[in-house]
Design a protein around this ligand. Sequence first.
Ligand SMILES: [Mg+2]
Length: 381
Amino acid sequence: MKITRVETINFSRMHEPERQWITAVYRTVKADCSIVRILTDDGLTGIGEASAYGWPVKIAEWVDWLAPDLVGKDVNDASIVPHPNGTSRAHDAAVAGIDTALWDLRGQAAGRRVCELIADEPLDRVRVYASGGCRYDWRRRPEQLIEEALEYIDAGYTAMKFRIGTTWEWDGVTVDRFLGLVRELVSEVDGRLELMLDGNCRLTEEQALAIAREIDRLGFAWFEEPCPARDIDAYARLSAAVDMPISGGESLTTLEQFRPYLERHAYGIVQQDAGLCGISETMRIAETAARYGVDVCPHSWHNGAMAMANAHVVAALPNPRVLEVCMHQGPLQWGIIADPPRVDGGHLILPQNPGLGIELHPEAQARFPYIEGHYAIQVER
Ligand SMILES: [Mg+2]
């Protein structure tokens, strides 16, 4: 089966004002999606979502640049798979889209699901967590965080991750005030949701340690990216100080980048993203992490095709834990997929179809035409 064409389709949808979300100083005003599509001479089409962030146009340019090396080649030829380089995230996202689309095609050609190509006995369903808590504003209604958590419980989720809110300096927020909201959340949730916290690299080590000790005591599943991502020593010290895993790695795209974090026991959980480094590199990182006793809980933001790539990864991991599903992406998220998978009882049911098991919705391009411009605006207060 030979590749005849490699292309990128970008989609967008503006958020309604009430659905915009704010964290740190950024208000997110639209949802983007970049899909790499690979067509073949026997009529099969593979898709892979590349992590769009602010680079849908750059991703399309990188895909166009890489395409001539793919066209005319056999989809099962391992030598054609491009590799992430760890230096350009738009390049690596483009590679991730291509790599994922090739896995999709190989699965379709073999009549097997992607997770079955990776592991002998993959899961049929993966536990998901509601990844949200990006709407609460310390100046307006921080208790919105608790209302959001209760909505996830009503919707059947069993786990939730939240962030640390708008910029603390704007409103004199302290660790004590933040932990007050956390304790209120824990009390309202009352054991019905497993909780994770994402610091988005915004805390000092001193703040992070105080928070880590308290949320460890409160039974949190992990504390993600508390400090600036390159401060490996701080991560190592935090990991040594608490029993709960300190997690990170969502912006890393190669195994080599993970090496110092693994060697210095900086992460208890690693969070590479198939949408940013591809399924192949994700599994390579997972195999090495397993040697260090470190599990993978992939980062997975953006849309349904990326969630499916990461779902197949989780289903095939040696110690599968949870799949992240973004709760703030709006109708674009699953609207690009013709027959989205079911999420039931806090689990995503993997489709039985071969490959990734999904197809683009035939009206996706008409419904969600790409809108130029960055997805977030910076707020001044
Ligand atoms: Mg994160």
